[in-house]
Unconditional design. Sequence first.
Lengths: 468, 333
Amino acid sequence: MFEALDAVLLARIQFAFTVSFHIIFPAFSIGLASYLMVLEGLWLKTENPVYLRLFKYWRKIFAVAFGMGVVSGIVMSYQFGTNWSVFSDKAGPVIGPLMAYEILTAFFLEAGFLGVMLFGLGRVSNTLHFVSTIMVAFGTLLSATWILSVNSWMQTPAGFGINEVGQFVPENWMEIIFNPSFPYRLVHMVLAAYLTTAFVVGAVGALHLLRNRQNPEARKMFSMAMWMAAIVAPLQVVAGDFHGINTYEHQPVKVMAMEGHYDSYPEGAPLYLFGIPDEENQELDYAIGIPKLSSLIIKHDLDAPMKGLDTVPDELQPPVPLVFWSFRIMVGIGMLMVLIGLFSLFLRWRRKLYNAPLFHRAAMLMGPSGFVAVLAGWITTEVGRQPYTVYGHLMTSDSIAPVEAPAVAASLFAFIVVYFALFGAGTLYILKMMNKTPGEIRPLPETPTRTAGTTQLAAQRPDVLPAE
Amino acid sequence: MFDLPTVWAGLLALAIFIYVVLDGFDLGIGIVFPFLKSDSDRDVAMNSVAPVWDGNETWLVLGGGGLMAAFPLAYAVVMPALYAPFIIMILALVFRGVAFEYRWRDKAHEKIWDRSFFFGSLIATFCQGIVLGAFVQGIDVDGRAYGGGWWDWLTPFTITCGIALVAGYALLGTTWLIMKTEGELRETAYHHAKISAFATLGFVGVVSLWTPFLSPEIAERWFTFPQLLFVLPVPTLTAILAGLLAWGLFTRKDQVAFPTSIGLFALCFAGLGIGISPYIVPRAITIQEAAAPDSSLFFMLIGALILLPVIIGYTAFTYWVFRGKVDPDAGYH
């Protein structure tokens, strides 16, 4: 019995580890692919070389991030089988086809056109190259759509039956794909990816503005990033609120854990800003809260009664501290993002956007915040739906493969070592590329100066020319 | 005959075959990477596949994802049965995959990423061969789950299959380089292609003779009349293609060896199919038993029939964009 429990726990840690590492890359590459599309489109429209230089600058970074996303994604597609084979057998008929559609519509599209996007400038026409970039961006969004449909179905399953061997079988594909939490989760995640990218781009822009506030590429990327922050961050707050209300409707226990509501509140529930969840005694210690605000946010009524975890048997509760805290980290970062966005509007209005070193420093600090928020958000929703894999229907402990703890432990160890070494190196390379000044004049390697004078800039900066 | 599970078994076999051929030459280049003569040769060799490797590897994702979707029971049995080779394979593919970018980002540590590329390719290939061998030799099933031990997959037969696949992918990789490169690199590729071809054909012979001894059921298909007449074209065509390959390599027809090698892989694949069908987990679970409900298979089939031609279309377009011999000075890095 204890051995079985250990294997479950180890397999969960392994999945959490590999999927957390993986989500970092798509969270970045979904946004960056769209950004590259916008940059190339603007370059083709305005012929302003700043856009082309930014495109090439971020394309290199995209290539590394995308590569890490691909290889860490392959791990996911096999881990369902190696560690969670019972889940795969039972849920495969429903979620398998959705993942097959993800591969057929999205993965091939991204990978097929990535080659042209990276290596094709000059080999194909500018229009065809732009189409390839659009396809890559479109592919990343399609991929997000399918996989979030899968995840959402596991959270709020719909449109299925159960056959004689205990498999989930599809009955209505529309209900399966457009299951109740899917639209909310999709919007929330895509906005999160865009915000994550915006804050990374903003941080890189800020870094180079601090070094040289006249750098046209740095100004352009910082300005674009701050527009995104100002527009998308507030939208994300609204989307998050809708998502939360949807969660309360379909997974109320998760919301109880997020809110730290161990007790039921028949006359309006407080919003706890701080507290130390005590699982043993089922109470929130040192709680600081605002009375009735939780009822107002979730039910839009100050006095609406809300049930607490006292109505849920202990063994059906998720681990409250993790959910409670990861939720607060996500929301806290979201609020900071809104602040940065609003403040950028103020600076823009005062014409000081490029001349505000303190603000640039703050933007740099916020650079990695999107990743932290994305991870915290996923921890909230994934830990919050425990102890189920298919919510309400299949327990996590009943989903595990017939593998024994030492095997899972050994592979977990291998994943940790390899991921930290290889993705650590990749992250380092990305940081090195970000540290390079965008649009820097680089001498052509080993090429004699063809002409002096008027065309010198063109000779030194071949990237100014439309065709390579 | 053409019920949904059979159609899907065919489509999955096609996806796996496309993977084997396409990533086969990528991995093959990794396998011969240390044997190339100069850094610039290695640059060109890697650039010859850099625009396409990503798409090639996607067929492996389709193989895994498609198996889970169409035959969830088979996926649930095979993955735990081949736990170690699968985990090691995907980790090796991580080492191989990151090298494509990292190698250009850090010239000071280029050697590390060259090694990562080589060992990643070699180990991934070896593990794929082991998976193949273990699959052919059979998997113990208990109810709806794997019923064997941790190390069942490790036998002399599976190790032979692992080495055989290394030789086979090296053949694909070197013949691809013959087709795509010029000068010294092409010479080196010819040299290693001959060695790989010799080794590949030898291993094809060994594995083909060994396989029937694994089970009387397979032996019956190959050695009894009249089944013999039905399967006889496979070895016959193999012999013809082997001759063609040797002719292409020794008379230096740059465009011959690679397609012929693909042909050899296709025949081995057909031979494998003859040995396995109608099972999806050999001699334990049939295609019909493992299949997802028709509603799942039909829903996916609509998409596959529309999308697969589109995918093949734009994949062909990518190859066409990067057609011809590789320009040593090209690359976006």
